[in-house]
Design a protein around this ligand. Structure first.
Ligand code: ADP
Length: 501
């Protein structure tokens, strides 16, 4: 039997998934770790954690599934994006990695916009400077830790450190590279102009590969550590979002992946590099060779419902909480909810945005509030769809929904009604690690390309078409849209007062 390993080095765990050549999941093993917050809003993790967890997870998944290492024909990598790993000339880690959710680089983001001009930056890279991205982290180390900076010889992303330990090669994938803010989006490679403007030595950056391209082979040392066979090919893979999209088969233009987890992600594949001129959508390379994607991120999607449940109905499970909601009419009888509990990314990159219930009357019950939360999240996600249409994305024909929130048929129906498009669920629920295994299988020739791989192994398991509530939501959406601009001055003022109290 031929099988493939997908490795996902996330912020909280590294997972190894074993997939058969016909797409069956033969086993999954995960090893957890945590991250450090040396100061408020800083997040760091030592790269050793990912490597140790990779070794443990591969060993465990091989042992538990009974698959012989010689049956593993390829390895694919995915993981947390944007993190900064710095190595010296000998490949030794110079400091803990600075992670995607670290917020220390506000000044460096301003510096990048100033050095390149915001418009030019977005034109080249597809994105505005965000604290999460890699480039501002590099400048932060240069500005604050010069003694470390002068020893830097290699810059890697988290999953590429695992790749380095597995193969001995410095390499990254195009999807991950595009998330550094150092990429020329159209050319799918490092941007000379950006590197020059930021005075970053191009020799420090690894060569870049498409998601299915072989970047190296399991080294004898890695074989000894993991139990895999030396010489097994390791493909480029992709950042967690693009690998997740491959994992649910959102690879062709027209099919959107909607992930309704703690955060909400709207991911659309494109054949060309679309750019939102103000950088309100992320534009990255896809893990699918020659494709790109646009992405909108809502910070508190499922997180809104969780906060609401934990605060107003502690101990109640989600199904029980949502049961009475079906009795409340669409629109919650004039109650609207804004989901900006932790600020927002898309469409309003505003850390000071706040959540709100607007339109409360004495008629409203807890079921109304619950429904309003489900609807508010759906409206907020529609904002990303609208932005994608504005930049010229052709027809969206299908939305593949996954994540915890997709378990609720009622929430799926509300989403379909608000978005006005069919929502489907698929048989593959293992997310990014599964996508990485699919990329590995394709890369070593088990499938002719990613589209055929997805068509062969991913099946639709459910459909939710827009229903009669569509009309009510069409009427309410403009009212929802009016609320953020109207409340923004108040959010700003409230955030300032809140800080002083
Ligand atoms: P994460 O993004 O943290 O990995 P999940 O994808 O598991 O999380 O999503 C968790 C969220 O999914 C919860 O916060 C909740 O909002 C939502 N959720 C989980 N189960 C249900 C359910 N049965 N009905 C509705 N929403 C649910």
């Amino acid at each position: 039997m031929n099988c493939f390993v997908g490795i996902d080095a996330s912020t909280t765990a590294t997972k190894a998934l074993l997939m058969s050549a016909d797409g069956e999941v033969l086993g999954v093993a995960s090893s957890e770790y945590s991250y450090e917050t040396p100061r408020p809003m800083w997040t760091e993790q030592h790269p050793d954690l990912w490597w140790q967890a990779t070794v443990e997870s591969i060993r465990r998944v091989l042992a538990e599934s009974g698959v012989s290492p010689s049956e593993v024909k390829g390895v694919g990598l995915t993981g947390q994006m944007h993190g900064l790993v710095l190595l010296d000339d000998d490949g030794q880690v110079l400091r803990p990695a600075i992670l995607w959710n670290d917020q220390r680089t506000g000044a460096e983001c301003d510096e990048i916009r100033q050095r390149l001009g915001k418009e030019r930056l977005i034109q080249i890279t597809g994105n505005d400077a965000l604290t999460g991205f890699t480039a501002p982290k590099i400048l932060w180390v240069k500005n604050n830790e010069p003694q470390i900076f002068e020893r830097v010889r290699h810059i890697l992303l988290p999953k590429d450190y695992v790749r380095y330990k597995l193969t001995g090669e410095y390499a990254t994938d195009k999807a991950g590279g595009a998330g550094t803010l150092l990429f020329d989006l159209e050319k799918r490679d490092w941007s000379k102009a950006v590197l020059e403007a930021l005075e970053i030595d191009p020799a420090w950056l690894p060569p870049t590969f498409e998601g299915t391209a072989v970047t190296g082979y399991i080294s004898p040392q890695a074989a000894e550590a993991t139990g895999l066979v030396a010489g097994t090919p390791v493909v480029g893979g992709g950042g967690d979002q693009s690998a997740q999209a491959v994992g649910v088969g959102a690879v062709e233009p027209g099919i959107v992946a909607l992930t309704l987890g703690t955060s909400g992600v709207v991911f659309a594949s494109t054949n060309e590099p679309f750019i939102e001129p103000e950088g309100r959508l992320h534009a990255f390379c896809h893990a699918v060779p020659g494709r790109w994607h646009l992405m909108g991120v809502m910070l508190s999607a499922g997180g809104s419902l969780r906060w609401y449940r934990d605060t107003l109905a502690p101990g109640v499970d989600f199904d029980t909480l949502l049961a009475p909601v079906a009795e409340v009419p669409p629109g919650s009888e004039g109650l609207l909810y804004l989901p900006y509990l932790t600020g927002e990314r898309t469409p309003y990159p505003d850390p000071l945005a706040r959540g709100a219930f607007v339109g409360l009357t004495v008629r409203h019950t807890r079921a109304h509030l619950t429904r309003a939360v489900l609807e508010g999240v759906a409206f907020g996600l529609r904002d990303s769809f609208e932005l994608m249409k504005e930049v010229g994305l052709a027809d969206i024909t299908q939305v593949r929904v996954s994540g915890g929130g997709a378990r609720s048929p009622l929430w799926r129906q509300i989403m379909a009604d608000v978005l006005g498009v069919e929502l489907v669920t698929v048989n593959t629920t293992e997310g990014a690690a599964y996508g990485a295994a699919v990329l590995a299988a394709t890369g070593v020739g088990a499938f002719s390309d990613v589209d055929s791989a997805c068509a062969a192994i991913i099946r639709l398991t459910g459909r939710t078409a827009p229903g009669p509530a569509r009309a009510a939501y069409q009427q309410l959406y403009p009212l929802y849209r009016d609320l953020y601009p109207a409340l923004r001055p108040s959010f700003n003022a409230i955030a300032r007062v809140g800080e002083q109290m």
